[in-house]
Design a protein around this ligand. Structure first.
Ligand SMILES: [Zn+2]
Length: 319
């Protein structure tokens, strides 16, 4: 994964401003309140880049790229955070882009994301700097950060699409091909895959994959044992996951694309999914990372947990 220099710079600029004042569960904001960061004390970070509503006149609308928002994903992210807080008494990290996607697409590289508009570029930098800050905080405490970039799709097949940075044709190549180290190296789950004795394809779509754990709770998902190769169209994971998930920095995770019917459409459905996802993540973390959703380490030896890295070693020089 290739970090980029301006993110390091912004992270350095933001950290001294609010690092000492950060309180888990208490929101802080970037300039003009376009980006909201709710700091946490758990190793889970959820970003919601496409659920914003703000359409400030001072930012001209984007002329290129997708401008439709992902309905109710901001609400879904906040519901997941609330469910986990109710269960554990602790907070996940939340990064919310409050700008509508017609003003900023935080899940794209900067040029497409902001269309050259200075205020949108500033918000984009803040969005990614807050993700960096959240991940670094998690790694310092837990030795690992688990990042979910949360989206909503409108595809005809109403299933949860789990994006690990593999395309559908890549997933169709079969287990033997997928388990090669050069393919694992491309995965957003690379950190977990390389630290565990589990076969990579088991992690991806076996009985203990996130897809299987969601399907067991009546949320169709792919990849999963039922649908190991997603039908098209399928979202494989985008800019944010590709940029931030980095085994060297002990950051792993995935993009989650939630369907709308029976999941995002009503507060009750969002609550139901939030409970299912929390349960699935708890199981997945215990199995593959060695602690629960509450951040408590497992007593049994379990799978190895990577040692925390020092911030100075956390990133390789920009390329
Ligand atoms: Zn989206």
């Amino acid at each position: 994964m290739r970090p980029y220099p301006f993110i390091l710079l912004i992270a350095a600029l933001i950290s001294p401003l609010c690092g000492a004042d950060l309180v888990p569960g208490k929101s802080v904001f970037g300039e003009h309140h376009y980006i909201e960061y709710v700091p946490g004390d758990l190793p889970l970070i959820i970003a919601a880049p496409h659920g914003g509503y703000e359409v400030p006149a001072e930012i001209p609308s984007r002329k290129n790229g997708v401008t439709d928002s992902d309905a109710n994903t901001q609400e879904l992210a906040r519901t997941i955070a609330a469910v986990i807080h109710a269960q554990t008494g602790r907070h996940i990290h939340l990064i919310i882009c409050r700008l509508h996607r017609s003003k900023l697409d935080a899940n794209r590289e900067k040029t497409e994301a902001a269309g050259g508009e200075a205020l949108a570029e500033q918000a984009w930098k803040e969005h990614h700097a807050f993700i960096d800050q959240a991940c670094e905080t998690a790694v310092k405490t837990y030795g690992v950060a688990f990042l979910i970039d949360l989206h909503g799709h409108g595809h005809a097949d109403a299933r949860v699409e789990l994006g690990y940075l593999h395309s559908a044709p890549e997933l169709a190549e079969g287990d033997e091909a997928l388990n090669q180290s050069r393919i694992v190296a491309l995965s957003s789950l690379r950190l977990i895959a390389e630290q565990n004795n589990v076969r990579y394809t088991d992690l991806l779509r076996g009985p203990h994959s996130l897809g299987a754990l969601l399907e067991a709770q009546d949320f169709p998902a792919t990849p999963s044992p039922r649908m190991p190769v997603p039908t098209l169209p399928y979202f494989r994971g985008g800019y944010t996951i590709a940029q931030h998930c980095d085994a060297k920095r002990h950051i792993t995770g995935l993009q989650i694309e939630a369907n709308r019917p029976h999941l995002r459409d009503t507060p009750e459905h969002r609550q139901h999914f939030a409970h299912a996802l929390t349960s699935a993540l708890d199981f997945f973390f215990h199995l593959h990372i060695g602690f629960g959703i509450n951040g408590e380490r497992d007593q049994s030896p379990g799978p190895p947990v990577p040692d925390p890295v020092k911030p100075a070693e956390a990133k390789t020089p920009a390329q």
